[in-house]
Structures are given as structure tokens and as C-alpha cells.
Design a binder for this molecule. Structure first.
Ligand code: MN3
Length: 202
């Protein structure tokens, strides 16, 4: 069973001006496609769990190529889905209550998230993770993620932002903070809340 590139749930220019069309096109058709292809290659002849989530949870048993490309595939698949051209605003309902309880306020959560994302040295990801009723922010290097059994902070990622330069350099150059500030305009909080609910009920 080979992994395949999921189609983007919106057009390549749909997240303009926050994320430009050229970045989205290259990011999805070249970078994400390469993680999928290289993951399939790296798993050739190996026994692997049926689900990508289970592969992440057992990643310490695999080599670096599986870790990097499996993480790359999982992370980007999540990333596309937690963004939306009709996104932005703030969470509502029980998930908003959880954010307020865990961080004090939505604004505090955003500030803590941006701090994690800005200070992730080199390439990596910033995350909101949940463990039952709680939420916290964390970051991981390279294509690691909090589902991996080697992650410093483990949990179910419900929101993540790619802070590799390929995610923002064409439009924002070296200004990672400007990219992070713009991301909030396109966050699909309904999808993030759905993932939070699903993780709670697992
Ligand atoms: Mn990327």
C-alpha cells in the first residue's frame, strides 16, 4: 500500500495574500510530493503499520528516511487542512473554553505559539497539542511531530505551522515573524476544534 499526495482542499491562490500562490504550488506539488515519494521508497520491503498515525507512534523503530519523510507527509497533510480561505477569527464553544483555561486567553495562546515558532532554530514546526482535556504549544525540529515516540512533548497535534524557509521565503524572505502574524488570518478553527474533539474522544 503506497502513500499518495492528498489534494489541496482549496485553490493554490486561495490563501492570498497571507500565503502566496507560488509558495503554495511549490510547497504542495514539489515538497509534499517528494516526502510522499521518498516515504514510499524508504518503506519498500519493510513491515509498516497500516496507518500513518501508527507509523509516527512507532517511529523510533525506523531509519532516518522514514522519520523525515513520514513526518513530512503527516505534517503537511495536517497543515493544509487546518488552513482555509474563510479562516481566521477565533475559536468558539468548548474548544475556546479549553484555550482560555490552558493559556489564560486566545491572545496569550497566540503569543506563546509565535514565540515557539520564532525560536525554533532552523527548520521545524510549531504545534498546538492536546492530551485529553489540556492544550499546550510546542515545537519540533525538521519533520518531527508530537505523535512521534521520540518527541520531547508528546500528544495529538491539532494545529501546526511549517516554519521551514520553503513555507514563507518567496513572500516574506527572512521575516518569519511576519509570516506567523499573517497565518492567523487563514486558520480553520472549526477544523482545529474538530481535531481537538476527536482526540478527546479517542
Ligand atoms: Mn513544508
Amino acid at each position: 500500500m503506497a502513500y499518495t499526495l492528498p489534494s489541496l482542499p482549496y485553490a493554490y491562490d486561495a490563501l492570498e495574500p497571507s500565503i502566496d500562490k507560488e509558495t503554495m504550488t511549490i510547497h504542495h506539488t514539489k515538497h509534499h510530493q517528494a516526502y510522499v515519494d521518498n516515504l514510499n521508497k524508504a518503506l519498500e520491503g519493510k513491515d509498516a503499520p497500516a496507518s500513518l498515525e501508527d507509523l509516527m507512534a512507532n517511529i523510533s523503530k525506523y531509519d532516518k528516511a522514514v522519520r523525515n519523510n513520514g513526518g513530512g507527509h503527516y505534517n503537511h497533510s495536517l497543515f493544509w487542512e487546518v488552513l482555509s480561505p474563510s479562516g481566521g477569527g477565533a475559536p468558539t464553544g468548548a474548544f475556546a473554553d479549553c484555550i482560555n483555561k490552558c493559556f489564560g486567553s486566545f491572545e496569550n495562546m497566540k503569543a506563546q505559539f509565535e514565540e515557539k515558532a520564532k525560536t525554533q532554530f532552523g527548520s521545524g514546526w510549531a504545534w498546538i497539542v492536546t492530551n485529553g482535556d489540556t492544550c499546550q504549544v510546542t515545537s519540533t525540529p525538521n519533520q518531527d511531530n508530537p505523535l512521534m515516540d521520540i518527541a520531547e512533548v508528546q500528544g495529538t497535534p491539532i494545529f501546526g505551522v511549517d516554519v521551514w524557509e520553503h513555507a514563507y521565503y518567496l513572500k516574506y524572505q527572512n521575516k518569519r515573524p511576519d509570516y506567523l502574524a499573517a497565518i492567523w488570518n487563514v486558520v480553520n478553527w472549526e477544523e482545529v476544534a474538530r481535531r481537538w474533539e476527536a482526540a478527546k474522544n479517542k
